[in-house]
Design a protein around this ligand. Structure first.
Ligand code: ATP
Length: 283
């Protein structure tokens, strides 16, 4: 079992007047190669959840297991955790600081014990994976790139460490529609190659289109957990949790209200178009 949380509770500033319980009695399992989206309104505990999975926060009670091992147990090899899990925070482009792109992507491997040739190779491949020509980009200053390019460079820095689990916090926030699609398609490709992806997102269209499973957090608890169609087609419940629903899901709902027989659980454009096309062919 790659990731498992067992009855995890996490509190900030415990025992002080600022004490905040961010996550309460959370249990879940994530299998190898899943693409899991995490949704929830502001303050619901999403960032806390992903930091718990990455081992950046320690629960007050409960366990976080990676490949069956408790990551906070005495003797657990924390370097194994860092190699296995890559976390990309919101607006990672603000964390670029080296003078060239190549140095920036290599930064995380500095103390990895890898030989310089291996590091160079990994940096090249990671940048190419993120859609760059290595020779063209390597000497550029990260500061001179566009917002979308900076973000891809920042993610290349994480990919260079070869994580098996990639955690992304709002990765498409602030990207234009084309950059957003290209970015998500890249992430999907990583997942298709076997990487586990955990993506926090408020973007219901992106979640409906790319994730295979959706977790919905509310007030620090896991409110919904299911395959994307089941969760994203429950428009009433999502709305009651103040969450966005996919545009295709909304269109399907409106069409149904006007008597058009759109199948239940239609949450993506291709599904909606497929249903409408089938209807037109039949009539
Ligand atoms: N470092 C911190 N210190 C104290 N309280 C915190 C800290 N980080 C988060 N919290 C609180 O914990 C609760 C959960 O926050 P968290 O950031 O996990 O939610 P979130 O769903 O990721 O929110 P957002 O969508 O705004 O990023 C909130 O009440 C928040 O104010």
């Amino acid at each position: 079992m790659p990731v498992e949380l067992k009855h995890v509770t996490c509190t900030y500033s415990p025992g002080t007047s600022q004490e905040i319980r961010a996550v309460t009695d959370l249990s879940l399992k994530i299998q190898d190669g899943e693409f899991v989206a995490v949704m929830g309104r502001t303050g619901s505990g999403k960032s806390t959840l992903i930091q718990l999975v990455a081992g950046l926060l320690e629960p007050d009670s409960g366990q976080v297991l990676l490949d069956g091992l408790d990551i906070h147990a005495r003797g657990y090899d924390r370097s194994a955790l860092r190699r296995r899990v890559g976390i990309v925070f919101q607006y990672p482009e603000y964390q670029l600081f080296e003078i060239t792109v190549e140095k920036d992507v290599a930064f995380g491997l500095k103390h990895s014990g890898l030989k310089p040739e291996e590091i160079s190779l990994r940096v090249r491949l990671a940048l190419e994976r993120m859609g760059f020509s290595f020779e063209e980009i390597r000497k550029e200053s990260p500061l001179c790139l566009s917002g979308g390019e900076k973000r891809r460079v920042a993610i290349a820095g994480i990919l260079a460490a070869h994580p098996g689990i990639l955690i992304l916090d709002e990765p498409v926030a602030g990207l234009d529609p084309l950059a957003r699609r290209e970015f998500l398609q890249m992430i999907r490709q990583f997942q298709e190659e076997g990487m586990t992806v955990i993506m926090v997102s408020h973007n219901a269209d992106a979640v409906a289109e790319y994730a295979g499973r959706v977790l919905v957090m509310a007030e620090g608890r896991l409110e919904m957990d299911g395959d994307t169609r089941t969760v994203m087609s429950d428009l009433q419940r999502l709305r009651s949790l103040h969450l966005d629903t996919s545009a295709a899901g909304q269109a399907a709902e409106l069409l149904r209200q006007r008597g058009v027989e759109i199948p239940d659980q239609t949450v993506r454009y291709d599904e909606l178009l497929g249903a409408l096309t089938e209807m037109m062919v039949k009539s």
